[in-house]
Write a protein that binds this ligand. Structure first.
Ligand SMILES: NC(=O)c1ccc[n+]([C@@H]2O[C@H](COP(=O)([O-])OP(=O)(O)OC[C@H]3O[C@@H](n4cnc5c(N)ncnc54)[C@H](O)[C@@H]3O)[C@@H](O)[C@H]2O)c1
Length: 263
């Protein structure tokens, strides 16, 4: 129950899905959590945390706005005294299912602004307060879409590949500071982002087919990503740095074959 005891954390994208589950878990493990989202639902996350006996505050803001990220980091320090953990999780899928060659630059920019530049801003301003403190853990949500094609649209996949690279780059720019940077690559998780996929499958009676391509043969739930975020955020991961870790039921562990020799 005390894996983050005494720590102060920021979680972006905290109104829904992975961010909400992570905020609740961080608080349950003893962290004081600054929950950030551009959606008003972030207040509900904080309400749930407080009802469970935890400490949290809500900020409505845009993870891709530098002014908002500055405000979020400065509020964490002002209200809770320091910053130990920044979970840069907010993201958008963007582009929908539009054909790749029909996308225009504005659609690319919209996705990169949130998914990639937003993560850069999180790292930049988290580091600003963590480096003088000589300690910190920055966790980013990338995606299996950043490892291989076929799990999202072009801008989304490129943005997540960018997050993976940013994680390694930032970890090395932060050499000697004791600030760690890692990324999580979720597979298919039932959240607000994937709701259209789940709704469509449920309507067709094929929801049990979602996730069949990974060896666990099921989709994931936000709490399974939150568990990895908790580990990376905590001192248990004190020697884990510059890594991207897939939490995907094994999806990225295999070539896309339809059966297994010997089975
Ligand atoms: N669900 C999946 O299958 C899956 C797989 C891989 C990666 N991811 C990533 O996980 C992260 C969390 O997504 P989720 O699946 O929980 O989806 P979600 O839609 O349930 O939650 C995302 C939250 O981010 C918020 N948000 C979006 N843009 C924002 C911005 N500019 N500023 C502040 N808040 C913003 C949204 O309002 C929303 O509350 C995203 O980065 C997403 O790309 C999700």
């Amino acid at each position: 129950m005390d894996r983050l005891k005494g720590k102060v954390a920021i979680v972006t994208g905290a109104a829904s899905g992975i961010g909400r589950a992570s905020s609740k878990l961080f608080a349950a493990e003893g962290a004081k959590v600054v929950c950030v989202d551009r959606a008003a639902g972030v207040e509900d996350t904080v309400k749930a945390i407080k009802e469970a006996g935890g400490t949290a505050l809500a900020i409505t803001g845009d993870a891709s706005s530098e002014a908002d990220v500055v405000k979020v980091v400065d509020t964490a320090v002002k209200e809770f005294g320091k910053l130990d953990i920044f979970y840069a999780n907010a993201g958008i899928s963007g582009g929908g299912q539009r054909p790749f060659f029909e996308l225009d630059a504005s659609e690319w920019r919209a996705v990169l602004e949130v998914n990639l530049i937003g993560v850069f801003l999180a790292i930049k301003h988290a580091a600003r307060v963590m480096v003088p403190n000589k300690k910190g853990s920055i966790v980013c949500t990338a995606s299996v879409a950043g490892i291989r094609s076929g799990a999202g649209g072009g801008p989304y996949s490129a943005s997540k590949a960018g997050v993976i690279n940013l994680t390694t780059t930032a970890a090395n720019y932060l050499a000697g500071t004791n600030v760690r940077v890692n990324a999580i690559c979720p597979g298919i998780i039932e959240t607000g982002m994937t709701k259209p996929i789940f709704d469509y499958a449920k309507q067709r009676g094929t929801a049990d087919k979602i996730g069949q391509l990974n060896p666990l043969k099921r989709y994931g739930v936000p709490e399974e990503i939150a568990n990895m975020a908790l580990f990376l955020a905590s001192d248990e991961a004190s020697y884990v740095n510059g890594q991207h870790i897939a939490v995907d039921g094994g999806l990225t562990s295999s070539m896309p074959v339809t059966g297994r020799i010997g089975r």
